[in-house]
Ligand binder design. Structure first.
Ligand SMILES: [Fe+2]
Length: 394
């Protein structure tokens, strides 16, 4: 049999690898400006602080935040105290600690682990993460960015409180026996043990609730509700494209030629792209920080009005808006870029093209000058579609 024609049963569907990435779920950054990063995430961007990241001896080395019901959507960690291997990656500019995609079953985690090993991919670890409760396998891409496949992210509900530390057990750091118990059984067991299920971590920004956002008073005039896309500089575009498509299974949406360089845009679901691979040679040409391979970190807000308000709010609160070539954010017409600190830049946007069954991409629109955004946009058939927030705004 031709090895390339081998198929695997994933939930009853024959697929070319034994797992299917269904969405970009969360991202982690190594960031030495951790205090500023925390203030910017929590106060300015309004991400909810759900837990702290601790070293093995219990010291706080970072923080988990979320913008939805996932336990974490964005993590930041101080690289100073990490292990020598990961510190060496950070020193080489790999500040993306994790690029994490959801799969739909626990079995796919184990199977992805075996698949990665069979393809010669370097594994970081496999097991279950707490805080967060998700089961995961982490592998390194050709540059040393860690790609995670996770299943079973802890969901944070109306009370805003994470799972209590007293429930931190069941932490296998190997391929796990299947099947595992359901989380509902873990919760029942915790109740029987007398664990206070409301005693977990949960912290909110102390800013006043003074901005009317769609009829609700919030602490800032917008609501971030999704992370991604992330664009990364890569040393060998062909090697990275092979890794992210043939091995990890992302779909290629589009290629863009920019100043003679090929750039590749990839998706996990119907979004135009959740990851873009940009040749490292462009980093200096674009005058971006030589300290990181993270080109941009996307944060989606819900409406165009919120995007305009966010742009003004962040500028008024000291974040520096920076230019970004429109050709390099295909699928997103209106975007505003800010420096989060002296390394990482964020991209705020409200709408991304969705890709249908035939994979067709919309022809590029004329770039919109950053200082010439209209007050209102014309409606399209896709306006506000596919970007639904289940719960209240805050
Ligand atoms: Fe993760």
């Amino acid at each position: 049999m031709n090895p390339s024609s081998k198929t695997y049963d994933v939930g009853g569907v024959a697929m070319p690898r034994p797992f299917k990435l269904v969405r970009l779920g969360h991202l982690g950054l190594w960031d030495p400006a951790i205090a500023r990063c925390q203030t910017n995430f929590i106060d300015l961007l309004g991400l909810r602080h759900t837990d702290n990241v601790r070293t093995p001896n219990g010291d706080v080395m970072g923080f988990f935040t979320t913008c939805n019901t996932d336990h974490h959507a964005l993590i930041a960690m101080d690289p100073t105290d990490t292990d020598p291997v990961r510190k060496s990656y950070f020193d080489a500019g790999i500040t993306l600690n994790q690029l994490s995609f959801q799969v739909n079953s626990l079995r796919e985690i184990n199977d992805a682990h075996s698949f990665f090993i069979s393809k010669g991919v370097q594994i970081s670890r496999i097991g279950r993460d707490l805080p967060g409760s998700n089961w995961a396998v982490y592998a390194f891409d050709p540059d040393g960015h860690r790609v995670e496949l996770f299943y079973g992210m802890e969901q944070i509900g109306w009370s805003g409180v994470s799972k209590p530390e007293a429930m931190y057990h069941r932490l296998p750091q190997t391929e796990f026996q299947l099947p595992q118990r359901a989380e509902a059984e873990e919760v029942r067991e915790a109740r029987e043990q007398g664990i206070d299920l409301g005693s977990g971590f949960g912290s909110l920004s102390q800013l006043p609730y003074i901005y009317d956002v769609g009829g609700v008073l919030l602490q800032r005039p917008f609501k971030v509700s999704r992370v991604g896309p992330v664009r990364i500089f890569v040393a060998d575009l062909d090697a990275s494209e092979h890794f992210y498509t043939d091995i990890v299974g992302l779909e290629k949406t589009q290629e863009v030629m920019y100043q003679g360089h090929r750039c590749v845009y990839l998706r996990a679901g119907s979004e135009h792209h959740s990851v873009a691979l940009i040749p490292l040679a462009l980093r200096a040409q674009l005058e971006m920080s030589p300290k990181t391979t993270m080109m941009s970190l996307g944060l989606q807000v819900q409406t165009y009005a919120q995007l305009r308000a966010a742009r003004a709010f962040l500028a008024a609160n000291g974040l520096v808006e920076v230019p970004f070539p429109a050709e390099l954010h295909p699928g997103v017409q209106y975007a505003a870029h800010f420096m989060l600190d002296d390394m990482h830049r964020i991209e705020l946007y409200f709408d991304m093209d969705q890709i249908g069954w035939n994979g067709e991409v919309r022809p590029p629109a004329a770039p919109v000058p950053g200082n010439a955004w209209p007050e209102t946009l014309p409606a399209t058939a896709a306006t506000f579609a596919g970007h639904i927030r289940q719960g209240p705004l805050g």
